[in-house]
Design a protein around this ligand. Sequence first.
Ligand SMILES: *[C@@H]1O[C@H](CO)[C@@H](O)[C@H](O)[C@H]1NC(C)=O
Length: 318
Amino acid sequence: MEERNGTIILDFILLGDQYLLKHSTLLFALLLIIYNLSLMGNSLILFIIKMDSRLHTPMYFFLSNLSLLEILYISTTVPIILAISLGHDKTISVQGCLVQIFFMHFLGCSESFLLAAMAYDRFVAICMPLHYGMLMKKSICFQLAASCWVSGFLEAFVLTVLTSKLTFCGPNKVANFFCDIPPLLKLACTDTHTTETMLNLAVIMVVFLPFSFIVMSYVLVITNILKIRSAKGRQKAFSTCAAHLTVVSLFYGTIIITYFSPASGSASNKNKLVSLVYTVLTPMLNPLIYSLRNNEVKEALKKVFGQKCVTLGTRTIA
Ligand SMILES: *[C@@H]1O[C@H](CO)[C@@H](O)[C@H](O)[C@H]1NC(C)=O
């Protein structure tokens, strides 16, 4: 890409956060551990779901898509945060920044829509069990997941193009661990009105719409569960939903704190800590929450690894 006319700043300097960087070794070690656990946990989920045919249901299809998204998401953000906490080159070109913004929004928005699709899946399973097979056909699940990715792509594309049209004249220091649109808006010296409006619109479409949809689905799901006569049936329905609800609250809770707390935009430590947690901790917790709370996954784990040990054993003997 060539230099755009009037672009005075060509590089940003990511400062991270003074407070958190006081403990940079600890930060680095913790992030590295969490990053690896997230990669392993989510890869394990992908692997288990692929291996066990009993998990070839819509719910696990969406779950494997979620794990894939999380692996990609942390891989676009965490390596840079690690480099910053090591005190490495914190300079990132404007183009590099835009690429990062694009991927963060693409993957984050796709995840938001995917969580809504997962809520819809639970809603159909519990409130319309007789139509489940028809409403959640393989082809429909596939299209639902694909449309989550496409919507995420479109949102990210529009916002990134709009941000790329801005001119930045300095200062070029961003008090954050990664590039994001709000801090860049503050550094722009051209009119940011359109970009800001579109950003707000995007937040409504990507955060509030799916979130309201999810809340509505679960209100219906829970009222339906309460009608179940047998305590065992009720418990089973609750446990699958509880896992999903935990992930949903973590995901939206942290976004809402990051983007909407009163101090949002200012260089507050609390916000930066929250967005860091949102970036690295949530993807680590998802596989834990799903596998610890879920007997089907536990069974599958036992089966897959039991088999693997046996086959490995016989091979060694042979
Ligand atoms: C995720 O969804 C897409 C689109 O439907 C599909 O092509 C892909 O195979 C899915 N990936 C996983 C790991 O489930």
